[in-house]
Design a protein around this ligand. Structure first.
Ligand SMILES: Cc1cc2nc3c(=O)[nH]c(=O)nc-3n(C[C@H](O)[C@H](O)[C@H](O)COP(=O)(O)OP(=O)(O)OC[C@H]3O[C@@H](n4cnc5c(N)ncnc54)[C@H](O)[C@@H]3O)c2cc1C
Length: 327
């Protein structure tokens, strides 16, 4: 099997691809945690990206794609393999149809649509990260998710560039078909919006941004919510029966509700802390490790399991190897 150096040499031959070795991933994550990737490469070109992914896979080394790193927990040992990032960030609108490259910031797309007087994703204001990852994880907030506006998604399936309609993307709450095919890479998406007043849209987005910036200060090293919320209908009936009506929103119960009952707020391990004001928000106070983060996550899951008999599922994505005892 080729070594990381051989893979790096092959990648370095691809035009318009920036390649480096032994690249620390912590600066590529909002948690600011994570060891080095053997090889890291990025490009704004679809052709270069396809060539890179083909070379990476031919190398036999493990390969993964990241966006802005706002939803990742990278192992302290890093990633033995090749990390790729697609950075094309073009945004275009034709009447109510908007096309966005996967590497664009979701916030830039929100601002772009608002400036064009197009309604549909203004409630996603303040969700950090890229458009590609937003589609991958069906990002959403305030009762709306990006899938509501997706018409189609252009992606690479490992052998060809394909286009899926919204139905084919199989979107659900924080889910899409892309999460089940981690080898597929999203290049762009087309959204269908509605015309609306820019001033009203801007006000909605700004109100949301204000609330979000208080909850998640922009300098906070975190991944937003660690756990997915739970669908009321999926809870064991005896647990569902105890949930106060005010806690249920759009058929979902916030994980924070269960975490709060088990004393999560303010818990800490090393430099990793649960916010005192939000039980589903874990942050790195500075110099924290992935190991401590995973132990704390495991502890929280165990507490909720023991008390309610339910399994919390992480919304964050794990990168690299973690000792079994930590997962
Ligand atoms: C403060 C804060 C608040 C947040 N609030 C919310 C919220 O309200 N709602 C919400 O939904 N999320 C929220 N998040 C989570 C996060 O912002 C989203 O999950 C975001 O979509 C991740 O984008 P990213 O570019 O950083 O992706 P990364 O974290 O880099 O990657 C996430 C996953 O996407 C995959 N991926 C990235 N790019 C591609 C691509 N082009 N093709 C295929 N797969 C790809 C990666 O392989 C990885 O598995 C929050 C995060 C933070 C830090």
């Amino acid at each position: 099997m080729p070594t990381a150096e051989e893979a790096q040499a092959r990648l370095a031959e691809i035009p318009n691809l920036t390649v480096s070795t032994d690249t620390l991933l912590a600066p590529h994550t909002r948690f600011a945690i994570g060891g080095p990737a053997d090889v890291y490469a990025e490009t704004r070109s679809v052709e270069a990206f396809v060539a890179a992914i083909e070379a990476a896979r031919a190398s036999g080394l493990e390969t993964m794609v990241i966006g802005g790193g706002t939803n990742l927990i990278v192992s302290d040992e890093g990633f033995r393999g090749i990390v790729l990032r697609f950075r094309a960030d073009r945004l275009a609108a034709e009447r109510e149809s908007v096309t966005a490259d996967a590497g664009a910031e979701l916030q830039d797309l929100v601002d772009f649509t608002i400036a064009k007087g197009l309604q549909g994703i203004e409630t996603l204001a303040g969700i950090p990260g890229s458009v590609g990852a937003a589609v991958y994880g069906n990002a959403g907030a305030y009762g709306h998710s990006i899938s509501e506006r997706v018409v189609q998604v252009r992606f690479y399936d490992g052998s060809a560039v394909r286009v899926f309609t919204r139905d084919e993307c199989q979107f659900h709450y924080r889910e899409s078909i892309f999460k089940r095919h981690k080898e597929w890479i999203i290049f762009s998406t087309e959204l269908l919006m509605d015309p609306a007043d820019t001033v009203v849209l801007r006000r909605t987005a700004d109100d949301i941004l204000k609330v979000r910036n208080e909850k998640f200060p922009v300098t906070m090293k975190c991944a937003g919510s660690i756990f997915k919320n739970l669908l009321l209908r999926d809870l064991p009936p005896e647990v569902a029966a105890t949930i106060p009506a005010g806690v249920v929103r759009e058929g979902k119960v916030a994980s924070a509700y269960f975490l709060e009952q088990v004393g999560a707020k303010g818990m800490e391990r090393g430099q990793i802390r649960v916010a005192t004001y939000h039980a589903n928000l874990i942050y790195n106070a500075g110099g924290g490790s992935a190991d401590d983060l995973c132990v704390l996550i495991g502890d929280l899951k165990e507490r909720v399991r023991a008390r309610f008999g339910i399994e919390l599922e992480e919304e964050v994505q794990f990168v690299g190897a973690f000792p079994q005892s930590l997962r």
